[in-house]
Design a protein around this ligand. Structure first.
Ligand code: MN
Length: 327
C-alpha cells in the first residue's frame, strides 16, 4: 500500500464531498500541489473541489489558474460546504496562522512545513526536509506508476521552481529527482510565460518604495513594506537576501490587525523559523522552514508608544549575536 492507496481508501469512505484546501493566499507551490492532487484523485475516481480563503495576490498565481485551467473556489462561494464534508490540507497544517479552519473535517494533510503535531488527522504526510509540496505530489504519481498529464507536470515543475527559489533554497535530493522527471514532460513555453508574469506594475511601485527602507546591520538586512501583500513581502525578502554580505533578512509589513513578518536565512547557524519566533516571543507567533519563515504580531500585543522598527532590530540583532556567541 502506497501513501496514495491509503489516501484513496480513506477518501472513498467520505460521507459527503471531499475538498482540497491549500493555505490562505495560495502561492504557486500550493496551487500546483492542490491541482496535482486533484487530478490524481480524479484518476482514482474521487471528485474534489479546491477551496481556499483570502485572495490570489500575485500576478503569477492568477496567471497559473488561467494557463492551466485550475478551478479554485473561495470557501464563501461554495454553498455546499458543510460539516459532513472532508478536507485534505495541502502545503499547510491546522494551527498555522495562514490557514482558516473551515467547517469541514480535515482528515488528511500533505505538507512540507514544520510538523505541528497530529491534530486529529486520519492520515498525514508531513516532510519538512522537502523543498516544495509539489515534489511530494509528483512522487505520489511516480510511486504509483501513474502518468502525469502534461499540464499537471508543468504546474508542478513551476511549483518546485518557485518554492525552492530555482532549486537553490531548502532543496532536497527528492526535489531534484522529481524536477528532473517533470522537466522532460513539461511544456517549457508555459514556464517562460509564467516567468514573464511574475509581478504587476503596482507590485513594482511597492517594491521600489520598500527597497528604500532597507537597512543592513552586520549580516542582517531589514525591510519595511508599506501597504504590501503577503507574497510581495516574501518576494522582497528574497531580493534583499541577494545583497552581498546579507545572510539574514527580516521584513515586515502592517496589516489591519497587526504586522506580518517574513524572515530568510542563508546562514546555516541562523534558522529563519527560530529567528521569527524569537522576535515575536511573548507577543505573536511564527514558524516555517530553516531558510524561510513567517509570523504575525497582533496590534493589541504591541504598545502604541513604542517604535516597532527599534523593537524588531533589537530583537533580531540580539538573536543573531546569541547564535554567534554559541559558535
Ligand atoms: Mn510550499
Amino acid at each position: 500500500m502506497t501513501k496514495l492507496d491509503n489516501l484513496v481508501a480513506l477518501l472513498k469512505k467520505a460521507p459527503d464531498e471531499v475538498f482540497i484546501q491549500p493555505h490562505n493566499v495560495p502561492d504557486p507551490d500550493a496551487i500546483a500541489a492542490s491541482f496535482g492532487l486533484q487530478k490524481l484523485l480524479e484518476i482514482k475516481g474521487i471528485e474534489t473541489q479546491i477551496v481556499y480563503e483570502n485572495e490570489i495576490e500575485k500576478a503569477n498565481s492568477s496567471k497559473m489558474l488561467e494557463l492551466f485551467g485550475i478551478q479554485l473556489s473561495l470557501s464563501s462561494e461554495v454553498d455546499t460546504l458543510g460539516k459532513e464534508d472532508w478536507a485534505v490540507l495541502v502545503d499547510v497544517q491546522k494551527g498555522n496562522s495562514n490557514v482558516t479552519d473551515l467547517i469541514t473535517d480535515e482528515v488528511a494533510v500533505i505538507d512540507h512545513h514544520e510538523y505541528m503535531g497530529n491534530i486529529g488527522y486520519k492520515l498525514e504526510d508531513v516532510r519538512p526536509e522537502i523543498g516544495a509540496c509539489s515534489t511530494i505530489i509528483t512522487q505520489y504519481y511516480m510511486e504509483n506508476n501513474i502518468e502525469i498529464p502534461r499540464m499537471v507536470a508543468t504546474a508542478l515543475l513551476y511549483g518546485i521552481f518557485m518554492d525552492t527559489d530555482n532549486l537553490t533554497r531548502g532543496v532536497s535530493e527528492l526535489d531534484i529527482n522529481m524536477f528532473y522527471h517533470l522537466y522532460s514532460i513539461s511544456d517549457i513555453n508555459l514556464i517562460t510565460e509564467l516567468k514573464g508574469n511574475q509581478i504587476s506594475s503596482k507590485d513594482l511601485q511597492d517594491y521600489a518604495k520598500a527597497f528604500k527602507t532597507v537597512e543592513v546591520y552586520g549580516e542582517v538586512g531589514f525591510l519595511y513594506l508599506d501597504n504590501g501583500n503577503d507574497s510581495l513581502l516574501g518576494a522582497s525578502s528574497d531580493i534583499v537576501i541577494t545583497i552581498t554580505g546579507v545572510n539574514v533578512v527580516v521584513a515586515y509589513s502592517p496589516r489591519a490587525e497587526g504586522y506580518k513578518f517574513s524572515t530568510r536565512s542563508i546562514n546555516r547557524e541562523i534558522k529563519a523559523n527560530d529567528l521569527v519566533r524569537f522576535i515575536l516571543e511573548g507577543r505573536g507567533f511564527g514558524g516555517g522552514h530553516n531558510s524561510m519563515a513567517g509570523g504575525f504580531l497582533p496590534k493589541d500585543n504591541f504598545e502604541l508608544n513604542k517604535s516597532l522598527h527599534t523593537f524588531v532590530r533589537h530583537r533580531a540583532i540580539t538573536y543573531v549575536e546569541n547564535v554567534q556567541l554559541d559558535f
